[in-house]
Design a protein around this ligand. Structure first.
Ligand code: GRF
Length: 199
């Protein structure tokens, strides 16, 4: 049985693209069945390129996070995926959405959690002057990047790094970890029902 995956994005979707490339291999045990976004995200072009359906639930059209989340949830239920991947979705999901889908929602984060959670993980690591940061894949819970860690890896901070150069070095690591975690979930090697251990 193939694991069905919904991916939610806000941005360019380069991590999504890598997941689509991996899952396009007929031997890969998971398939992306739908891509959703909170805006007309650039990354939706990847859905079109791969012939995968997509939907947008525009954040600004709703009065509250809860109302936005209810519509997002309704869209997701149409597809009823086995797993939801947040890949650069720059919104916190409301409690009801997390409660419906958790623990089958995972998120990628460009830092070595619990270090530097939140929307500016790369900038915050640079500002702190650390010599290494990293990438993590976690289960989404009600907190900000606080769910169980499924995989993570260190990435060195180099002299002269800018937020953008560091982020571009972290992203390939995020992609590799994400693809590996999705594969492990699909193959039953990683059971999200039980609390997983890192690595
Ligand atoms: C990734 O680093 C993700 O973890 C983050 O935003 C980035 C998404 O990039 N929060 P892209 O849209 O996949 O290019």
């Amino acid at each position: 049985m193939v694991l069905t995956v919904a991916v939610l994005i806000s941005g360019t979707g380069s991590n999504l693209r890598a997941l689509l490339d991996a899952t396009d291999d007929p031997g890969f045990p998971a398939r992306v069945i739908v891509i959703g976004a909170d805006r007309e995200a650039e990354g939706l072009a990847h859905a079109e390129a791969f012939g995968i359906p997509s939907f947008v639930v525009p954040w600004e059209r709703f009065d509250s996070r809860e109302a936005w989340g209810a519509e997002l949830d309704a869209q997701l239920k149409v597809w009823n995926p086995d797993l939801i991947v947040l890949s650069g979705l720059m919104r916190l999901l409301p409690h009801d959405v997390v409660a419906t889908w958790s623990p089958n929602i995972i998120n990628t984060h460009p830092a070595y959690l619990p270090e530097f959670p939140g929307a500016h993980g790369v900038r915050d690591a640079l500002a702190a002057g650390v010599t290494e940061t990293g990438a993590s894949v976690i289960v989404v819970d009600d907190g900000v990047d606080s769910g169980p860690i499924l995989a993570q890896e260190r990435v060195p901070v180099l002299e002269g790094d800018t937020e953008s150069s560091l982020h571009e070095r972290i992203k390939p690591v995020e992609r590799r970890l994400l693809i590996d975690v999705v594969r492990r979930i699909a193959e039953g090697e990683l059971d999200l029902g039980a609390r997983p251990s890192p690595n």
